[in-house]
Design a binder for this molecule. Structure first.
Ligand code: 6PG
Length: 241
């Protein structure tokens, strides 16, 4: 029986700028705590527009020499492709912060064998220690309730014995690589970054107790969930300003 998770901590910021400042301060604190406690901070970065706005604010204030950087998911493209989550993070955070290459765990998403790439990624996670596999999983939220590359109706939602998988995403007519529920639910902390009016319905839905959307399953099953959203995205949730 999965222990009932506490209701997530929901923070509504007036603007995206205020949201990323709040998120950056929270992440710097989590990094300092992890490094003080265990000598290492393991973060899984997210793709998407809100994380892209956040990353320049993380260049300073984190000991990147003692941080391991993973990615919650990746598109099946080479690392220099405009669609690559790795490329986005490299340009906005990893390069400006001088994160050592050895600390960055990139999905080999250009591989012709994505299943092998997922198995290799799982090994990289397992080689870095024991659960929780990451201290902080950063996640976005799609309008359909997807998060990472856990999309509604896809086989990845049923995976409980793997940390990372390759998955067909019919909605996008493509394959993706993604961390699975065991990895994301098992993260010590989960932080959703949700902005824009187009996310209003999805945010309200994933907070419904009976929601079966992918992001909802993480909110329902994780203990340390924080949702940072802007006023536009929060319009349909209780307590929104
Ligand atoms: C990706 C992300 C995906 C993203 C959401 C929200 O690879 O795109 O993993 O889950 O976080 O789609 O994206 P936006 O913040 O751009 O709306």
């Amino acid at each position: 029986m999965t222990p009932a998770a506490a209701r997530p901590d929901i923070v509504v910021a007036d603007t995206v700028a205020a949201l990323v400042e709040t998120a950056a301060g929270s992440i710097r604190g989590l990094a300092a705590d992890a490094i003080a406690a265990r000598g290492r901070f393991r973060i899984a970065l997210a793709g998407g527009s809100t994380p892209r706005a956040l990353y320049p604010h993380l260049v300073g204030g984190i000991d990147w020499g003692r941080t391991d950087v993973f990615f919650g998911d990746e598109r099946a493209v080479p690392p220099d492709d405009p669609q690559s989550n790795y490329r986005m993070a490299r340009e906005t955070l990893l390069a400006p912060a001088g994160v050592p290459e050895a600390n960055v765990f990139r999905w080999q998403a250009e591989s012709p064998d994505l299943d092998a790439a997922a198995r290799d990624y799982e090994q990289a996670l397992r080689a870095r220690g024991a659960p929780p596999w990451v201290d902080l999983a950063l996640l976005g939220l799609g309008p359909d309730g997807h998060t990472a590359s856990l999309f509604p109706g896809t086989p990845a939602l049923a995976v409980e014995d793997r940390l990372a998988v390759a998955v067909e995403v019919p909605q996008l007519a493509t394959r993706r690589l993604t961390l699975t529920y065991p990895t994301l639910v098992g993260a010590k902390h989960v932080m959703f970054l949700v902005t824009g009016a187009e996310k209003r319905a999805a945010l309200a839905d994933v907070l419904r107790p009976g929601s079966t959307l992918p992001a909802a399953r993480i909110i329902q099953r994780s203990a340390g969930v924080r949702i940072l959203c802007d006023a536009d995205a929060a319009q349909d949730i209780n307590g929104a300003p």
